[in-house]
Design a protein around this ligand. Structure first.
Ligand SMILES: [Zn+2]
Length: 274
């Protein structure tokens, strides 16, 4: 399945880049950003599907971009490097030996051969060194956020604190609302079932459940979503809404008058066992 970005690009900016969705494992999405000739792979956890997609589309790999150290995001890198000796961009502080270009907050990547610039955000929480990549070309806003923000939800906190993850999600939520959100897993319907439990009167959420259920019934991905859709329907971006704290209090999972970060932590803990 290909996704063609919409919107007009200013003179000089390329709008001929496509993001190719490459399903892998049980529910991962790997991404290939390409111009029909050259491609950059984002979080290639498995080399097989990436090599097959490159061959099917006649693409040469020119870069690898990594968000964090988990095997389902980096596992395919050695085999890809054996075929394509390309630079590997990734977090400077997440323990990935294979990274050749170590990145932190505010870094800018110029992806070789694609004339694509991506800005780096540090988004600790799932892992301590996790980064995200943002394309800020006017009219062509993309976010590759690995395992941080998911469509309709957020990831488990393996290394960071609730306060770190809440701050990371707020950083992502501040991006333009038309930013396309390329997250790494198809967890959307499960996330939205939980969202309905904690945000029952949200009309935008009900519409989203209908739309995303139809996509899955047709065998289509629900990713990418958008920052605007996440802001209006994702409880982990809406945890400061009084209705969400009230639902947690009613479920016996939060005390009345709790601080926002306590609300966020209680929300994440409930999702862990939901
Ligand atoms: Zn992960």
């Amino acid at each position: 399945m290909t996704h063609l970005p919409g919107g007009a690009a200013p003179a000089g900016a390329r709008n001929d880049l496509t993001v190719l969705t490459v399903p892998a494992f049980k529910d991962n999405y790997l991404w290939l950003i390409h111009d029909g000739v050259h491609a950059a792979a984002v979080d290639p956890g498995d080399s097989g599907p990436i090599l097959a997609a490159l061959a099917a589309h006649g693409l040469a790999l020119t870069a690898i971009l990594l968000t964090h150290h988990h095997a389902d995001h980096i596992g395919g890198v050695p085999e890809l490097l054996a075929r394509f000796p390309v630079p590997v961009y990734g977090p400077g502080n997440d323990g990935i030996d294979v990274v050749t270009h170590r990145l932190g907050e505010g870094a800018r990547v110029t992806v070789p051969r694609l004339d694509l610039e991506l800005d780096v955000l540090e988004v600790p929480g799932h892992t301590l060194g996790h980064i995200a990549y943002v394309r800020r070309t006017p009219g062509l806003h993309w976010l590759f956020c690995g395992d941080t923000l998911f469509a309709g939800g957020c990831v488990r906190l393996f290394e960071g604190t609730p306060a770190q993850m809440a701050a990371s999600l707020e950083k992502l939520a501040a991006l333009p609302e038309d930013t396309e959100v390329y997250c790494a897993h198809e967890y959307t319907l499960s996330n939205l079932r939980f969202a309905q439990a904690v945000d029952a009167d949200n009309a935008a959420l009900q519409l989203r459940v209908r739309d995303e259920s139809a996509k899955r019934a047709a065998g289509l991905p629900t990713v990418p979503s958008s920052i605007g859709l996440e802001r209006s329907t994702n409880p982990f971006l809406r945890y400061q809404e009084p209705a969400i704290a009230a639902a947690l209090v009613a479920a016996g999972r939060l005390h009345a008058g709790a601080a926002p970060v306590e609300t966020f932590a209680a929300l994440r803990e409930w999702k862990n066992v939901y």
